[in-house]
Design a protein. Structure first.
Lengths: 199, 199
């Protein structure tokens, strides 16, 4: 039970449903929203509504898009011979921010997770196979997450794609730039040793 | 420059303006908002708008309220002889959550901060003095923050109120429940020693 205004309680409750936002943070955010200039608060509310109204999945790569197909799929300057496969749109965004990859993407919208009842049918795997069949990709880069399920998904897809004349690669694994060996875990060290490169 | 849908970018930008929400968190929240059932996303947007439309300051105590005066000021079961003075509505909320205080509040809407150009005139000090003059408070509890500015504000107000027949107290200071002496700082230890209580 709360003694402050019902509208504030409701906002605190709604904010508290966001991931990583606890009760105290939700209160702090609510008071921030009460204090900022009105247009800033309204802009946030409108951005939430707009994203739900206007955003859908790209019909080609399943990235988020406001049109039938997304800005990357429509960009004639991207390398049409390389396809990078990711689990989620946010993974695509991380890769884009690095600025290294100039090819196209395919978003699976998840990973194969038998324990959660998620098989290839719930993902965009069929569309991916069609795409590789009808396009001229020279290389398909598996960029699923380096987890048991992500690795399993990569393996499943690379088997499916083995009938096509494409090179299948995956992201390098090893120690991370700026890290300290002392604090690297066993898997990181093992990956770094297994994949060691000529100097 | 971002390659994903404009609506997503805008939402990430708006979320990133919230305090304590960095770029990565804003992205995670945006993707959460895209993924949850539509009514949940709309409920958050509506709660933001509603809080800005419906919430104002209580005409008596300056707590947040959806009516002319707030639920606490209108509650006949609260102790009308005790008044607790806080800086902000969120401080009032913290005190309410402890459930110990059953009296009334007065929210200053800030603290005296000469370096920021904030004097008593920008706070609700005049309304407070009027209130103490025309009411029958036996005790006024200063619950400003234990900072230089909060303490200064308390001192200023207690001087102002010294002409009225009220007892003026302040929140106890000392070590915190559940803390470890080893990690307490010098001020905490000093407060705890100065304010030591009979066992």
């Amino acid at each position: 039970m709360s003694k402050h205004a019902g509208a504030v309680s409701q906002l605190v409750e709604q904010l508290g449903r966001l991931p990583g936002i606890g009760r105290k943070s939700a209160e702090r955010l609510a008071f921030h929203i009460l204090r900022v200039p009105e247009p800033e608060a309204i802009a946030l509310a409108d951005a939430i509504k707009r994203v739900r109204n206007d955003v859908r999945y790209c019909a080609i790569c399943f990235n988020l898009s406001e049109n039938e197909s997304c800005a990357i799929c429509n960009d004639p300057n991207r390398d049409a011979t390389r396809l990078c496969i990711v689990e989620q749109p946010r993974d695509l965004m991380s890769l884009e921010q690095s600025g290294v990859f100039k090819g196209h993407y395919h978003v699976l919208l998840g990973r194969i997770a038998p324990l959660d009842g998620i098989g290839p049918d719930q993902l965009t795997v069929d569309a991916l196979v069609d795409r590789v069949r009808t396009s001229n990709f020279a290389e398909v880069i598996m960029a699923t997450n380096p987890t048991v399920e992500g690795d399993g998904t990569s393996l499943y897809i690379s088997n499916l794609l083995s009938e096509f004349p494409v090179e299948i690669t995956r992201l390098a694994r090893g120690i991370t730039a700026g890290s300290v060996l002392e604090y690297a875990n066993r898997e990181m060290i093992a990956d770094a040793l297994t994949g060691r490169q000529k100097l």
